[in-house]
Structures are given as C-alpha cells and as structure tokens.
Design a protein around this ligand. Structure first.
Ligand code: NDP
Ligand code: 2IT
Length: 444
C-alpha cells in the first residue's frame, strides 16, 4: 500500500468517529500525494505524515460557571496545539454547541497549512467549547469566558500559543478572556488577537477575513481573465466573515444578494442592505427574520437555501459542510463561475470535486479565508513592537498577502502538473514549508 493510503487508514483507525478530522486529513493527504510519492522512502522513514497528523498536544477541560438563575452550568473546553514547526500555535476559539474533539482537530489541522500559506511565522492550533453564547446575558458570557480562561491561561502566551475569534467568539468574548488572562498572569501581552482597539487590537482585524476573501477572489478572477465588477454573489452566514465579505464585494463593484443564519435565509435581488444586517447581527444580536422590517420587498425563507439562487459567484461563509453535492449541482446548473470558501471546509469533498470537474474556479478555505489569521499575525507584530499601524497600512499588507497566496496556490498546482487545481496547489504550498521546517528541526 502507498505511504499516503497507509497513513490515511491509520488516521481513521486511531481517531474513530472523528468524521470532520478524517475529511480534512483526506483532502490534504490526497492533495500532497504527488509530493510524497516523489520521495516516498524519505517521508516514510521520517514518519512525516504520522507526525503532521498527530497534534503536539491536546487539552480538554471542565468549564464550570454560574448562570443568571444561580444554577451551576458545566461545559467542556478544548485547545489543540497541533503544530509549532514554523511559529507559536495560532488559531481561533469556537463557541458553539456542536463543538467536539473532531471539529477542533479538523480546524487545528487546517490551520497548520493556512497559517503557512500566509508566509508569516505562525504554527497551527484551535480551541473552543460547546458553550452557546446565543441567548445568554453579558454577565453569563463573562462568567463562562473567565472560567474558560482560568484553565486555558496555563497553556498559552504571546510566544507559545495565541488564540483568537471564530464562530461565537467576537470582540466581547475576546475582551472578557483578555481581562481574565491579565488578572491571572499579571502580563499585558499579545496573548489573544482580535482585541479591542483601546487595548492592543489591530485596525482591519474585524474586517480581515471577509476583505481577504474578496481580495483573493478578485485576484483569482483576474488570473483567469475575468472581472469581479458587476457580478452577483450569494453569501451564506451573516456573522463576522459574511458581513465584511459583503462590504468588500460592494466596494469592488459586485452585488451580494443573499445571506443566512441558522434559522433562515434572505434573498434581496436589489442587493443585501448591509447596514440592516450589521444592526441586526452586530448591535441587536438578533435573527435574520428581522430583515423584513428593513426591506419589505426582500424574500425571507426558513431553513437552508442560499445555493438555489442563480449567481455568478458563491461565497460560503457560515460553517463546515454547508454546501453539499446537491447544492453544487444546482449552482453549476445555474451557471456559477467561481466559488471561494470564507468558512472552514464549507464544501463537502464531493461538492468540491463537482465544481472542479465542471470548470468552476474554486478557492479552498485555507487559502481564501487566510486573511483573518494573517491580520492576527500583524496584530502580534504590532503588540511586539508596541506600536499601532494605520488602517491603510494594515489593509495594504492584507491585500498583498492575499494576492501572494493566490499566486502561490496557482504556481504550486502548475509545478506538479495540476494547473487550475487550487485545492492541490494550496495544500502543496502550505505543506512544503511546514515539512521542510519539521525535517530541519529533527525528530520532535
Ligand atoms: P460568526 O459566529 O460571526 O458567524 C457565524 C455565522 O454562520 C452566523 O450567521 C451563524 O448563524 C452561521 N452558522 C454557524 N454555525 C451554523 C450552523 N451549524 N448552521 C447554520 N448556520 C451556522 O462566525 P464567523 O463569521 O467568524 O465564522 C464563520 C466561518 O468562517 C467559520 O467556519 C469560521 O471557522 C470561519 N473563519 C472565521 C475567521 C474569523 O476571523 N472570524 C477566519 C477564518 C475562517 P447563527 O448566528 O444563527 O448561528
Ligand atoms: O479559522 C481561522 O483562521 C480563524 N478563526 C482566525 C484565527 C486567528 O488566529 O485569527
């Protein structure tokens, strides 16, 4: 059996029931197969694939807190420190009831290659909890965050592991966690990113993932002789990534016509009213059902459905496996020309293959959404030098990074004879740097 197949089989056996982790590992291992097979004996002897798919450390801990009724609640906290070959562990904290070991491991594994693609010195990690911030009071969220950090602070630091936001973790949660870290350690350091601007945050970090997604999409279209201006876009989600993806889409002359949350979705043929979505989601923390109050002529539907709308470009920005084979078939039948993933692993493997077989330009998550973590790394740089850069400076760096990622993924695919296969290209380019660093550092 080939080394890649052998390791894939071992991953499934050693990590039973971890479907999301298997899926993420399979995509990466299949993509880098040509790199491994070119030097199979060498990689096998180094056990490089066994090492890179085994987290350096996995933490799982109890998070007790008291709700507004005086009832004690218990959640599970996670931090997977996956790979530190090229820098301190870096990656977000997801707060969502679905969080489990498999989800945190898939996210941490993806983060290794994404962070490598940014060209910045950051390793891969991820964490979170099955705590659901939805419907909780600010005091309850603070109680949870303080308890979560009371355990987590022992394992993180500005030079060891730097968490950030993800689903359910925004500026409010990062603030509460930062305060608790500072209180417990006495350190005022860049241990978290996505901080508020008054205490070490970076301009553009809030917008970075969505803006970066559009910078990369724009460049991918240009590389293929197309222009983003005038295109219609379907977006899923209405959180941090979705909102700033829509904002940059408008700035580039495109028109987003859909967005969604876990209860329903909106189709607004005139273009999504971004100010309304910001108010509903960022200020009121409410449901998209309210969108009708702002735009009576827009359609609101319960459940799932953004991928049924005819558009030129689809940007999944909600969660993993939200776009399956049936959705891909509908999008292709409706003439979609490009898909770029704002969320992590939003397309199933079958959907991804279908897009690629049907000539759709497809930018995988680890390239397309790397702008968030890249700007987090820029926040770390500013914290280290105790200076803050202007909006224009950070935005220009972000754009540069996304354009570079776009060309690197295209070039790596071409080098191995898979021109236009950006999934292979992104995985290969991300892998090469980490593998070289791991080998140079010996058996560790
Ligand atoms: P937010 O919590 O701000 O928003 C998430 C959005 O997705 C909400 O609209 C939410 O709806 C929806 N959503 C989440 N889970 C589900 C689900 N199971 N089913 C349906 N809808 C769901 O998170 P972000 O915008 O930060 O993250 C979105 C995606 O982008 C995630 O995959 C994340 O890992 C990825 N990402 C985020 C980065 C960042 O910097 N924030 C960087 C790179 C990637 P509802 O509110 O109803 O739950
Ligand atoms: O998935 C991701 O890249 C993030 N949630 C952002 C991580 C970070 O450290 O900014």
């Amino acid at each position: 059996m080939s080394y890649v197949d052998e390791v894939m089989q071992r991953i499934v056996e050693k990590n039973p029931g971890e479907a999301e982790f298997h899926q993420a590992a399979k995509e990466v291992l299949e993509s880098i197969r040509p790199v491994i097979e070119a030097k199979e004996d060498f990689y096998r002897k180094e056990a490089l694939l066994e090492r890179i798919t085994e987290p350096e450390r996995q933490l799982k801990f109890r998070v007790p807190w008291v709700d507004d009724k005086g009832q004690v609640q218990v959640n599970t906290g996670y931090r997977v420190q996956f790979n530190s070959a090229i820098g301190p562990y870096k990656g977000g904290l997801r707060l969502h009831p679905s969080v489990n070991t498999s989800i945190i491991k898939f996210l941490g594994f993806e983060q290794i290659f994404k962070n490598s693609l940014t060209g910045l010195p950051i390793g891969g990690g991820k964490g979170g909890s099955d705590f659901d911030p939805k419907g909780k009071s600010d005091r309850e969220v603070m109680a949870f965050c303080q308890s979560f950090m009371t355990e987590l602070h022992k394992y993180i630091g500005a030079n060891t592991d730097v968490p950030a936001g993800d689903i359910g973790t925004g500026a409010r949660e990062i603030g509460y966690m930062y305060g608790q870290y500072k209180r417990l350690t006495g350190l005022y350091e860049g241990v978290l990113t996505g901080k508020g601007l008054t205490y070490g945050g970076s301009l553009v970090r809030t917008e970075a993932t969505g803006y970066g997604l559009l910078y990369l999409t724009d460049e991918m279209l240009k590389m293929n002789g197309q222009d983003i201006a005038g295109k219609t876009i379907s977006v899923s989600g209405s959180g941090n990534v979705a909102i700033y993806a829509m904002e940059k889409a408008y700035q580039l002359g495109a028109k987003p016509v859909t967005c969604s949350d876990s209860t329903g979705w909106v189709y607004d043929p005139e273009g999504i009213d971004l100010a309304a979505v910001k108010e509903i989601k960022e200020v009121k923390r409410a449901r998209l059902t309210e969108y009708k109050n702002y735009r009576p002529n827009a359609e609101y539907h319960e459940g799932k459905g953004v991928w049924t709308v005819k558009v030129d470009i689809a940007l999944p920005c909600a969660t993993q496996n939200e776009l399956d084979l049936e959705d891909a078939k509908t999008l292709v039948a409706n003439g979609v020309m490009a898909v770029a993933e704002g969320a992590n692993m939003p397309s199933t493997l079958e959907a991804t293959e279908y897009f690629q077989k049907h000539g759709v330009l497809f930018a995988p998550a680890k390239a397309a959404n790397a702008g968030g973590v890249a700007t987090s790394a820029l926040e770390m740089s500013q914290n280290s030098e105790r200076l803050s850069w202007t909006f224009e400076e950070v935005d220009a760096k972000l754009k540069d990074i996304m354009v570079n990622i776009c060309h690197n993924m295209a070039d790596a695919a071409k080098r191995y004879g898979f021109e236009g296969d950006y999934v292979k290209g992104a995985n290969i380019a991300g892998f090469e740097k980490v593998a070289e660093a791991m080998i140079a550092q010996g058996v560790c």
